[in-house]
Ligand binder design. Structure first.
Ligand code: F6P
Length: 380
């Protein structure tokens, strides 16, 4: 029987983290009589030994609160910037957890967190349990991750608003939503808000297909406004081919060194954003005035939707119930209407992107949405 658990939140924050912390901790304390230790700022707080005891008092009034009451960071236990050195702090992280009597560490996060938790278990021998969190919805092994419904709702509402101004001015509005390697958010929000064009990382696009589609909308239907939703990681066909070639030739992934000027100033801030360059090109090619809106971190801010609150509470309570049964080293996952444990080794290091032939793609094509390639080029 597990008597004491730790909880940390790691990676980008997202709506629902507090609802999930509350679900785990309340069930662990009230139903199973466990002690719960909150760890500040993800794996860095564990390494730096910054903890706080969680009790029912500290868990009150957090269900609807955005962000995370524990704080978060993107640090990895095995590659952590300590002063001016990058060090493997796995042993310190595990020793600190043990010093607080933590028998299982519950980690709430996306793909990076799943990997880090798995690493602590394999290399450090610390039992872990994870919950799938990300607005990108790309955690493998679960039907859905928490935070996605809220982000999709925010993005769809924003696109609705952009629709009326685009119509009034006869403009193309390019809306950039988050999603570096998965297009769930762009596709879901775009479909829900009736976007005319949706571009996602899984389907490298042809600029001329988009241009022809927009001109045809004008010519055939007299519609001079259009909404183009683009995921931040969408690529043209040429860019995708170049990236494939680089990978094939073993070219190293270009990453900013921790603490370097590139990292500090954010490459994406100094380079023209994808949405801006797309808007500029479409304006030139179609002769229609274009504008850009990047939704950015608005999609991650604020409180969770009722659907996310419900999901987080269910995922959290299931986590506590599994721990009470001694089930560890799993992720609580959504399968249909059930919450089930999935072995962490089947989750860590894998990503759930939009598969070819997914029903959402079929729906988009069927209502005439342009996905950036000719229909014949899309796999069934
Ligand atoms: O992983 C979630 C996410 O919101 C991605 O969609 C986005 O690319 C990234 O985080 C942004 O990270 P940061 O908040 O560190 O800029």
């Amino acid at each position: 029987m597990i008597r004491c658990i730790g909880i940390l939140t790691s990676g980008g924050d997202c709506p629902g983290l507090n609802a999930a912390i509350r679900g785990i901790a309340k069930a662990a304390i009230q139903r199973h009589g466990m002690e719960v230790v909150g760890i500040r700022d993800g794996f860095r707080g564990l390494v730096e030994n910054r903890v706080q005891r969680l009790d029912t008092q500290s868990l009150s009034n957090v269900l609807t609160l955005g962000g995370t009451i524990l704080g978060t960071s993107r640090d990895k236990p095995n590659k952590m910037l300590m002063g001016d050195q990058v060090l493997d702090m796995t042993a310190v992280a595990v020793a600190n957890a043990r010093s607080h009597g933590i028998e299982c560490l519950v980690c709430l996060g996306g793909n990076g967190t799943q990997k880090n938790a798995h690493h602590l278990q394999r290399a450090g021998g610390l039992d872990v349990l994870t919950l799938p969190k990300t607005i990108d919805n790309d955690v493998h092994g679960t039907d859905v991750s928490f935070g996605f419904d809220t982000a999709m709702t925010i993005a769809a509402e924003a696109i609705d608003r952009l629709h009326t101004t685009a119509t009034s001015h006869d403009r193309i509005i390019v809306v950039e939503v988050m999603g570096n390697s998965a297009g769930w958010l762009a596709l879901g929000a775009g479909l829900a808000a009736g976007a005319d064009v949706i571009l996602i990382p899984e389907i490298p696009y042809d600029l001329h297909v988009v241009k022809d589609y927009l001109l045809e909308r004008q010519r055939r239907y007299g519609k001079r406004f259009s909404i183009v939703v683009v995921a931040e990681g969408a690529l043209t066909r040429e860019q995708a081919a170049a990236a494939r070639l680089n990978r094939k030739n073993g070219a190293p992934k270009v990453e900013a060194a921790p603490g370097s000027d590139d990292e500090l100033h954010g490459r994406r801030l100094v380079h023209e954003s994808l949405a801006t360059s797309l808007a500029r090109q479409l304006q030139a090619l179609t002769g229609t005035d274009a504008r850009v809106t990047a939704l950015g971190h608005v999609q991650r801010g604020g409180g969770p939707t009722p659907a996310d609150r419900l999901l987080c509470t269910r995922l959290g309570v299931k986590a506590a119930d599994l721990l009470a049964e001694g089930v560890v080293n799993v992720m609580t996952a959504v399968r249909g209407t059930e919450i089930v444990p999935v072995p962490l080794e089947r989750v860590a290091g894998r990503k759930q992107t939009v598969p070819a032939g997914h029903p959402w793609l079929h729906a988009a094509r069927s209502v005439g949405t342009c996905l950036g390639v000719a229909d014949a080029d899309l796999q069934a």
